[in-house]
Structure formats: structure tokens, C-alpha cells
Design a binder for this molecule. Sequence first.
Ligand SMILES: *Cc1c(COP(=O)(O)O)cnc(C)c1O
Length: 226
Amino acid sequence: MSIANNLQTIKSQLPNHVTLVAVSKTKPVSDLMEAYEAGQRIFGENKIQEMTEKWEQMPKDIQWHMIGHVQTNKVKYMAEYVSLVHGVDSLKLLKEINKQAKKHNRIIDVLLQMHIAEEETKFGLDNDELDEILNQVQNDKKSLENIRITGLMGMATFTENQTQIKKEFLHLKSIFDRLQTLQTTNNYQPTTISMGMSGDYKLAVECGSTMVRIGSSIFGNRNYTK
Ligand SMILES: *Cc1c(COP(=O)(O)O)cnc(C)c1O
């Protein structure tokens, strides 16, 4: 199956309100261009340097999503162009994104990453840390005016156990529902739940996902040994 065919198949399975992020990490620009020519305009990368190299080479109507863990000292390299940062999991990182966005006179949209998996290794906030960030954003509208929190992101446990994955997705959805009850402001407009990857996106959509991040089902398996 070609990249264009894969994209078409996946899109035909997604409801209209669900946004598809084509996760292109490790893949060459030629593969991304194939997706671009098939109409895809949103790409997800997990390394800032790789994303920036691709951004430099590719058409400028692409929206670049940073889906990986972000080191604070690297935010400056993507602040000029990044469209959505999925993995914000500390106030420190949020403040740095705000600072760098300000330098470019932009507002950068971010998702707060929640820890929903059982595994210890996955990044993300717990409920207390989430509340701390939300409080700060609500109380500090002036100094955090170059970011906008547009929702939540989460990754389920890496397992075949669908019941487990479903439980974790529904947990994220319940946190999202709670966010909906808070007053929206310029920098707080939660509308997006980013959850679901190649192996679990159908389940994620059933559980309320509005944004899926799909890599291998579009571009094929990744080869990390190169
Ligand atoms: C790599 C990656 C994906 C895509 O994974 P696939 O299983 O290839 O679809 C989604 N989200 C994040 C955060 C990733 O790092």
C-alpha cells in the first residue's frame, strides 16, 4: 500500500471532528512529500532538530506538531513556526514556550500531557500538577499571554489489553470533561484531546479523542538503527 492509500484508508475511518496528525519522525522528506501531495497538512515529529530541518525544506502551509518530550533549552529552535506542542508537562516548560513565542510575537498552542498509563516511564502530569498549572494560567493571564492551552494529550500503556487501554483513554476523557467546566480565557480554550496512535486510534475515537497521532500505519514501520 502506498502512503496516499494508507492516508485515504485512515481518513475514511475517522469522523469529521477528528484531526489526523501524520507522525513522520525518522521518515525522509520524500515520504512526507508523498503525504503532502495526497493532501496531508499536519505532521507530527518528536525531535526538534529533525522537525526544524523538515520545516526548512518543505512547503510553508504545513502545520508542525511537536509530539515528543520537549527539553526547555530547545524550545527556541521551534518557536518561530511550531503550530501545536502536545507534550507540555511542567510549568517551567510552559513558561519557556511563552517566552520564546513572545520573541516571535506569536501565540503558541499547547496541550498538557497527562500521565494516564500504568508504566512509570511515560511522561505526564498528575491531577495535582495539572491543577497547579491551571491555577497559574488563570491567575497569570498577563504574563502567560503568548501561550494558549487548547487541551490535553495522553499515551496509553503499551499493551495488547484493550480493556486497560480503554480505561486509560476514558480517564483522560474524564479529566478533559472537568476542564470544560472551567472559565475559558484568551490563554485557556480546551477543545482538543490528543489520544490514539496506529494500534489504538479506533478505540481512542470511541472514547472521545478529537486528535489522533498516526505514524506507522501511514508511513510503514520505523527503522531506528539507521
Ligand atoms: C511515534 C509516536 C506516535 C505514532 O506512533 P505509531 O504507532 O507509529 O502510530 C504517536 N504519538 C507519539 C507521542 C509518538 O511518539
